[in-house]
Structure formats: C-alpha cells, structure tokens
Design a protein around this ligand. Structure first.
Ligand SMILES: Cc1cc2nc3c(=O)[nH]c(=O)nc-3n(C[C@H](O)[C@H](O)[C@H](O)COP(=O)(O)OP(=O)(O)OC[C@H]3O[C@@H](n4cnc5c(N)ncnc54)[C@H](O)[C@@H]3O)c2cc1C
Length: 484
C-alpha cells in the first residue's frame, strides 16, 4: 500500500449522498475547510450503487411515460407486452443521467474550500480518517470533526437468499436483467412504494408486502389512502402486516415467498426494501469508539453527535426517516451543531418530504391527523386534480391537494399533495408558511391559467367555506372544492 501525505481540515464528511452533499455545501458556506470522501468516486459513478441509483431514476422516467399513455392513450402509440424485455432498455437514459449527475455533484461541490477524495474511508480515531483509493493508495485526513453519512444497507433475514439472481437489493433493481411478469416488493417505506408504483406502471404484476399495518407512517392517513387507491388502480396489490419470512426457488426459477400472514406468494422476482442497517462495514467504528444502536444504526443525540464528541452522523446511517429530504436536513443540522452556527431555524424545520411514487406525493408542515391529535384548532381545505382545468386536460382521475389551516387565525399549518407535480407544487406552501401566511395569501394571489397551482386557491376557498359552516353549525368538516 502506498501512503500519501496527511491533510488537515475543519471537517471530514464520509459519504456523498443527500446528507453528505448538503453538509459539505453548508460547511463550505461557513468558510470551513471541508474534505468529502465517497467510495463511488464522488460523482464518477464507479460503483453498482451509484449506477443503480441512476438506473432507478431512468426507470422511473420510462414508467412515467408508460403511466401517461395508460391515462391518455395516443393514436399510433400503444403499450405492448413488457414481461421478459431487457430492463436496461427501459433505463436507456441511464448513461446520459450518469454523465449529468457526475457533472452536477462535481459543480455543486466545486468550491475552493472543498476537497473531494474518491475512496473508502476508515476511522483511525475521532479526528483522523484514512482513505484508500481504487489503486490502493492511502491518504490520511485530519479534522476537528468527522461526519459519517454513509447511508444504509439491506439486512436480509436468514430465510432470504440474498445472492439469488431473482432477488434484488435497494438500488439494484436493474440486476434482475429482464422485466419480470410478477414482482414482490418487501417493505413499506418511500423506496418500496416508489418501486412498486414504477414496476406496476411498466406492466408488472406487483405485490407490496408491507411488514406494518400500514406503510408510510409519516403521511397523513387520508393522503396515504389516496395514494394506495391510485396505486391499486395502477395494478399494485397490497399485503399489509406481512413481513417476508422465507423464500424458496420453485419450478421454472420462480420464487415462493412465505409471509408471516396470509397465503404464500409465487413471483418471478423479489425486490428487498425490508430491514436494513447502517452501511458502516470497513469504517472501523470500534477503533474510534463510535457506538451503534441495538438495531445496527449509529447512535446519535438530538444534536447529531455520536458518543464520541468529535464524530457526528446524519441521514440513513442513523436509521431515521429513510428519506432524501430528512437526510439533507440531518446533514445541515449536524454541520450547524459542529460550528455552533444558527441556521434560519424556522426555514430549516420546514422540510418538505417527497415520494417518487407514481403518482408522486409531497408534504410539508403538520398533517391533519397530527394537528388534530395535538388539539390545534384545525380547518382543512381540499381540491381534487380531476376538477382542475389543467388536471382535466392531463386526464387526471386521481390526485388531491389538502391544506391544513389554523381555524382561528387562518394561517397555513401544513399541506399535502398526491398527484402530478406534487414535488414542485409543495414549495408554494413552503413559502407561504415561511412568510407566516395563510388563506388570504392563496385567495389574493394571481395564478397562471390553467395551472395546478390554482388548486391552492380552491383549497383555500374550501377552508373558508368550512370555517363559515363551523361558525354556523359548530362543527368542522373539510369541504371539497369542486371549482373547475
Ligand atoms: C430505490 C429507492 C427509491 C427511493 N425513493 C425515495 C423517495 O421517493 N423519496 C425519498 O425521500 N427517499 C427515497 N429513497 C431513500 C433515499 O434515497 C435515502 O433516504 C437517501 O439516499 C439517504 O441519503 P444518505 O445521504 O443518508 O445516504 P446515501 O444516499 O445512501 O449515500 C451514502 C454514500 O456514502 C458512500 N459510502 C458508503 N460507505 C462509504 C465508505 N466506507 N467510504 C466512503 N464512502 C462511503 C456511498 O458510496 C454513498 O454515496 C429511495 C431509496 C431507494 C433505494
């Protein structure tokens, strides 16, 4: 092994996923000297994992086109049998994405005070990291702080043969090689839902085996049901409260999947989004004295600090959320704790959540159930995409935007959207919340015509009607806006 010089930084960030990238940018904004280390070469997409990530987004784009055609068939463009087709053909944009993603991350982190190190990191102690690149060269990095943002990895139970060619791990769906006729997806988080809706849109018979009573616990129940209904009509079968116990190969290379509730499922392939643990193999955490939780994640306090005062952790590696947006927030939070800087706290607590399902979902602030449980004086306003002119033009049959307001002062407390453009639309609610605005802002705003953004005005009017009814009848029912 060749050894290079030792380099000194304010912070070393291990892992360049959403948590690490956000943390590095913020630390650089604070004029700190930053080293960011990633095993996949920071944007060079050298590993299967990076490739799988882009493959997922390429597949999703193809699935969006397929779902658009299912919603609005066009003359001369029709769907044909998809089972058995090479999966790579559905992810043809992967190469272009790979080039652009590398460029995007590199340019985002192309700052004079950020050094990118491609290689596998290993902790020597609470302030020292060793990085070994693909050619076996080793570099020693030193810093006041270390942030671990290496994500998570699947944890297969004993009865699941992880190396079976028809069983794929997260980010590895393309390793199935051909589009299966049927697919069981194990798990109930954002990734499991996203994959289920994508494969269903591509014509696969999908079963989503969710270990809990319901998936997506962070989501407002009404909107979760709305999403489940849309996914069911897209061909997804849900099996709630059903964790995968055992998988065996049967005739023709198919899989027989035993769940802990209900009948076993026979399927051409399985995608694992079930149990996971922190991706810390080879990091030598014990050497630096960093402790894990009993579930196998890095233990952190509310300040993102591990039991070693100079070592922080953020994102999936801490086992919280398994969402890109929460990982970004954690990364930023960790850096602001290290350097004791005060972010705009209100803005930083308004973190939108986004599910790349078909249809997509996004939410911000408090959900209706949470607000009611907290005893807040809630009034809701809903608007459906099928009653909106732009939604109608796009053939939308599902989709909802719901705003949660404080009934007394009419301020916006939260919003949730299921449907086309949800990840973009949510930012309007975010800005209104940052500005401490509410019903009046949506009603007073001029919108382009026809747009999905107008849904906010319909929802605000619906909330106003609800307030009027409440005042008249002393009850509180959200009213559905049917304004076209
Ligand atoms: C198929 C799929 C679909 C998903 N869909 C959604 C969705 O719709 N919405 C949503 O919010 N979230 C979704 N997620 C979850 C989201 O992608 C994760 O929550 C997020 O990527 C976690 O970010 P992170 O920065 O913590 O870790 P990661 O993104 O996992 O990044 C960790 C990085 O650390 C690097 N690394 C690991 N070990 C080392 C080491 N020893 N040395 C150096 N580098 C190392 C890795 O190369 C990697 O780049 C999905 C996930 C999957 C798999």
């Amino acid at each position: 092994m060749m050894r290079q010089m030792s380099l000194q930084y304010d912070v070393i960030i291990i892992g360049c996923g959403p948590a690490g990238e956000a943390a590095a940018s913020l630390a650089a904004d604070f004029r700190k000297r930053v080293a960011i280390v990633d095993a996949r070469g920071v944007g060079a997409a050298e590993s299967d994992r990076a490739d799988g990530r882009l493959g997922f987004f390429a597949l999703r784009e193809a699935a969006m086109v397929a779902s658009g055609l299912a919603r609005m068939p066009l003359p001369g463009l029709h769907r044909t049998e998809t089972a058995g087709q090479p999966l790579a053909d559905f992810a043809a944009s992967r190469q272009a994405l790979r080039d652009r993603a590398g460029d995007r991350i590199k340019s985002a982190l192309d700052r004079p005070n950020i050094d990118l190190h491609a290689g596998r990191a290993r902790l020597i102690d609470g302030r020292t990291v060793d990085v070994t690149d693909g050619e076996g060269r080793s570099t020693t990095l030193k810093a006041d702080f270390i942030l671990i943002a290496t994500g998570s990895m699947p944890h297969f139970p004993a009865g699941v043969p992880a190396d079976h060619p028809r069983i794929a791990a997260p980010w590895s769906a393309l390793s199935l090689e051909t589009l299966p006729g049927s697919l069981l997806i194990a798990g109930g988080d954002a990734a499991a839902y996203a994959c289920a809706s994508i494969f269903a849109a591509l014509g696969v018979k999908v079963t989503l085996a969710c270990p809990d009573k319901s998936g997506l616990p962070f989501l407002d129940v009404e909107c979760r049901d709305h999403l489940a209904l849309a996914m069911k009509s897209g061909g997804v079968e849900f099996r709630f409260g059903s964790a995968v116990r055992q998988v065996d190969e049967i005739k023709g290379g198919r899989l027989r999947i035993v769940l802990d509730k209900g009948q076993p499922v026979e399927s051409d392939a399985m995608l694992w989004h079930g149990a996971r643990r922190a991706a810390v193999d080879g990091l030598d955490l014990e050497q630096a004295g960093v402790e894990l939780t009993p579930e196998g994640f890095i233990a952190v306090d509310e300040f993102a600090r591990t039991n070693v005062s100079t070592v922080f952790a953020a994102g999936d590696t801490t086992g919280s959320g398994f969402l890109a947006s929460t990982s970004v927030a954690h990364g930023r939070h960790a850096v602001s704790q290290m350097f004791e800087t005060t972010l705009k706290r209100r803005a930083d607590h308004l973190i939108p959540t986004c599910l790349h399902t078909i249809p997509p979902v996004s939410c911000i602030g408090v959900g209706e159930d949470e607000a009611r449980e907290a005893g807040l004086p809630v009034v809701t306003g809903r608007a459906l995409l099928q009653f909106n002119a732009r939604g109608q033009a796009g053939g939308e049959r599902t989709g909802i935007l719901k705003c949660i307001f404080n009934r007394h002062n009419q301020k916006l407390l939260g919003a949730v959207i299921v449907g086309r453009e949800a990840p973009e639309l949510i930012h309007l609610a975010q800005h209104v919340m940052i500005a401490d605005g509410g019903i009046d802002d949506f009603i007073g705003m001029s919108f382009n015509q026809p747009t999905l953004s107008e849904l906010y005005r319909f929802a605000a009017y619906a909330a106003l009607q609800s307030i009027a009814r409440f005042e008249e009848r002393d009850d509180d029912y959200g009213v559905l806006a049917k304004v076209a």
